[in-house]
Design a protein around this ligand. Sequence first.
Ligand code: NAG
Ligand code: NAG
Ligand code: NAG
Length: 456
Amino acid sequence: SKHVFLNLVFTCTLMKMPYAPKSVFRLYMGGEDIEDSCVVELFRADTLQACGFNHSHPLVIITHGWAMDAVLEKWITRLAAALKSTQKDINVLVTDWLELAQQHYPIAAQNTRIVGQDIAQLLIWLEVPVGRVHLIGYSLGAHIAGFAGRTLAMSGRTLGRITGLDPAGPLFEGMSHAARLSPHDARFVDAIHTFTQQHMGLSVGIRQPVAHYDFYPNGGAFQPGCQLHVQNLYAHLAEHGLMGFGQTVKCAHERAVHLFIDSLLHPDKQITAYRCSDHVAFDKGVCLDCRRNRCNTLGYDIRKVRTSTSKRLYLKTRSLMPYKMYHFQFRIQLFTQTEKADTSLSISLTGTLGESETLPISLVEEISGNKTYTFLITLDTDIGDLMMVYVSWDVGPLSSMWSKVKTIMHWGSSEEGPQLAIGKIRAKTNESTNSHKCGTSKHFIDNNKETNKQIN
Ligand SMILES: *[C@@H]1O[C@H](CO)[C@@H](O)[C@H](O)[C@H]1NC(C)=O
Ligand SMILES: *[C@@H]1O[C@H](CO)[C@@H](O)[C@H](O)[C@H]1NC(C)=O
Ligand SMILES: *[C@@H]1O[C@H](CO)[C@@H](O)[C@H](O)[C@H]1NC(C)=O
């Protein structure tokens, strides 16, 4: 019958056509040029042996994103080298899907499913315990890792870990979890979002959480140090042409990769990030809390705690590697005589290892009445345990008449009219809470004295 005939044809087709991957898998051997890597061919065990693949070592596969030209970007070698040099006994493979990636974006985005399939087939053929496999994907590569994990899951295998480095936004944002990277794709999924600034309704990096832990450094929209690239866009274009344009766009997008590399290269400068509802609340300094898994470490050494919902974590970074900044949260009680105080506050901190420069305090709300305010201070050097804080302020109705008034929680006996005074200040880092209650009687601004008050 016709039915049997069709079945036969189908069987024959399956047998005649073994899986033909569209991607090339390169085993990183060390060195500076990824082109020198050794190509592992699917279903050819001799290539594994020739490349020195060691079955007893864990496997990391790095997957790139959309390609503007036919070269593997420099960060791939940097990441591979950082993994290889710090983890020692590890196989580092690179998925080279340049041919499918160097297309118009919508086509490249469509091709991510094919590449995901290729990786899943490779892992099944390798017969490695997939629970020990870690896929690291940048931009479109993050969704590729998701599709690979999903394909494996359909055959009853659960991938160990996926790290999405600024997963691509366009054509993935708002999609169902099956059509993008999601926490369902591996036992543990983490993502770093670094370029989610919207432009004409689209953002290069995906804004929504796609992992168990989603990190939003500096709010996730844009990154420090990349502003220059945008400001100099035209100069850059004139000098470097379209290649320069690529670099400009890539600064914040690629920052996710360099934050991850940083976590490998600087074990002493691990970055802690904190769960928070959004970056405005984080900037307000109310989220530095590590209880009940509210904080985690960004990068390779993340604590792999599985959670039922995606957790958004926030942190501030420097503009250069090492990116770590030290976060302090303050609560300050202010008393003013007037309804609105036209005041700018600044602070400096002294710790067991050093002191900070004087930094402006930016309060989210304006100072009015007698209230408690919170704010966040970040330092790019480690000052150790906090010992002293020094607060100063400028007060005045008109900027030209501003009097420089400096004081600190020392309530002197000056007879001048009180305008602003501090009641109580509380400082907190991720682990300890130091609190000091100041005098609560009459508060005056002390024009003459500059005093420090010990916090503990
Ligand atoms: C694989 O690595 C182990 C050590 O981790 C080593 O003892 C073994 O000889 C290696 N195998 C091959 C084929 O290189
Ligand atoms: C704040 O409290 C002080 C007394 O502690 C009082 O003199 C002052 O009028 C209050 N300011 C406002 C705006 O309520
Ligand atoms: C708190 O921060 C310090 C230094 O910034 C870091 O060494 C430590 O691991 C952090 N603690 C937690 C619980 O994250």
